[in-house]
Design a protein around this ligand. Structure first.
Ligand code: KG4
Length: 382
């Protein structure tokens, strides 16, 4: 296996500049780790030449993502999307400098499809392949040109808030990420989705809860604020979820009265926002202690689309002299622009992956637990 995981601990300055041996040029990115099938082509400077996302609606019937259906849908749609973005970008495969595909963490069926398509093109055209950690894609999105005034130089603080993850991360370089805190039970997006289900909303729950919360009274139900005020920047959402379940259980079976549902949604969202604001403030303290020169907080992941949350986090950052960056909504959830961007960042550093790279359903971002043996990154093949 080439390219051992030492890339996750590598100092940028110590990486031999192999970019000159890799042809600079546009990169094709592929995303298929959950329920979005996406492809994008980015120019070497990060300009988006083409992008397309298909959100799989089929899962709504089941109230959540069904892995087998997702994998089959990726297989049905990804090749067509690739053709679409390549035409849109006005390129043939030989005009690419490399292929980047989400290769974990995520649903293994979808990862196999996306990385398989990417490797197939790479093999057929002799192009470099980059196996992208989907979490690193969220982490580096802020560095896309035009998102943050003056770019987003390392280091910065990332709050990664999605359906499967809830973490505070010090982003210190490409492949250099340190987890400062994370959820000790549910991810925040999962809590939104579960609460949505409890109060009779469709899937995905986050946007539906946010819409309903806008019509509710956030003070009517006094939901708990788990871990608020505690040291560190871990999160917990299971107690909050249970508190909502207990309120809902007090109603007779059947749909909740509309205003009550809105008040529950508003109360739940207010609790999440309060907890997040507190945890973000602690994360900034921890980040500062580690990286005194860092001055930027970035949010990523699907839940970062929540306006109330963005507003609160921006306030927390500003009060501590930090800048705040949130990607545009379409770049918060699953998308291939961020995947192609990681491809560009890694290719610039000469970091490529072998075509026998195995997709990984679990693939923690921080070096500390990159290896299941706990032995650290250096002994792990990517
Ligand atoms: O990052 P993402 O698209 O997918 C993964 O988890 O991989 O995040 C999806 C999550 C879902 O739980 C969804 O309910 C949540 O993001 N979400 C939101 C909002 N939009 C999406 N949660 C709260 N408010 C939103 N506006």
């Amino acid at each position: 296996m080439s390219n051992p995981l030492v890339t996750f601990a590598v100092q940028e300055s110590s990486v031999p500049d192999r970019w000159s041996r890799l042809r600079p040029g546009p990169v094709l990115g592929l995303e298929s780790s959950c329920d979005e099938t996406a492809a994008a082509v980015l120019a070497p400077d990060g300009q988006i030449l083409a992008e397309a996302v298909l959100s799989q609606a089929d899962h709504a019937t089941y109230g959540g993502v069904v892995p087998e259906i997702a994998a089959r849908a990726h297989l049905a749609h990804l090749p067509g999307l690739v053709g679409q973005v390549m035409r849109q970008a006005g390129l043939g495969f030989d005009g690419l400098a490399g292929i980047a595909a989400s290769s974990g963490p995520g649903l293994i069926g979808g990862l196999i499809v996306g990385s398989g398509v990417g490797k197939g093109i790479a093999l057929a055209r002799g192009l470099p392949f980059v196996a992208v950690n989907h979490l690193e894609a969220h982490a580096l999105t802020a560095r896309l040109p035009g998102l943050v005034l003056g770019g987003a130089p390392f280091p910065y603080l990332l709050l990664l808030l999605s359906g499967g993850h809830c973490q505070c991360i010090a982003v210190e370089g490409v492949g250099r990420h340190v987890r400062l805190g994370s959820t000790i039970d549910d991810a925040v997006g999962e809590a939104f989705d579960k609460v949505a289900k409890m109060i009779g909303l469709g899937w995905p729950g986050g946007p539906a809860v946010e819409r309903l919360a806008a019509q509710g009274d956030p003070t009517r139900f006094a939901f708990p604020r788990p871990l608020r005020g505690r040291p560190g920047c871990d999160f917990s959402f299971s107690g909050l979820k249970t508190a909502v379940a207990q309120v809902v259980a007090a109603y007779p079976p059947g749909p909740l009265p509309a205003q009550d549902a809105a008040d529950i949604a508003a109360g739940f969202q207010a609790a999440v926002v309060d907890v997040m604001a507190d945890r973000a403030a602690r994360a900034i303290e921890l980040f500062r202690a580690r990286q005194p020169e860092g001055r930027l907080m970035v949010v990523g992941g699907g839940v970062a689309a929540n306006t109330a949350l963005r507003t609160a986090l921006e306030r927390v950052a500003a009060a501590r002299g930090f800048g705040f960056a949130a990607p545009p909504l379409r770049l918060c959830g699953g998308n291939a622009v961020m995947v192609a961007w990681v491809g560009i960042e890694r290719l610039r550093l000469g970091l490529t992956d072998a075509l026998d790279h195995a997709p990984r359903p679990r693939w923690p971002l921080d070096a500390a637990d990159m290896s299941p043996t706990g032995a650290g990154p250096a002994d792990m093949p990517r």
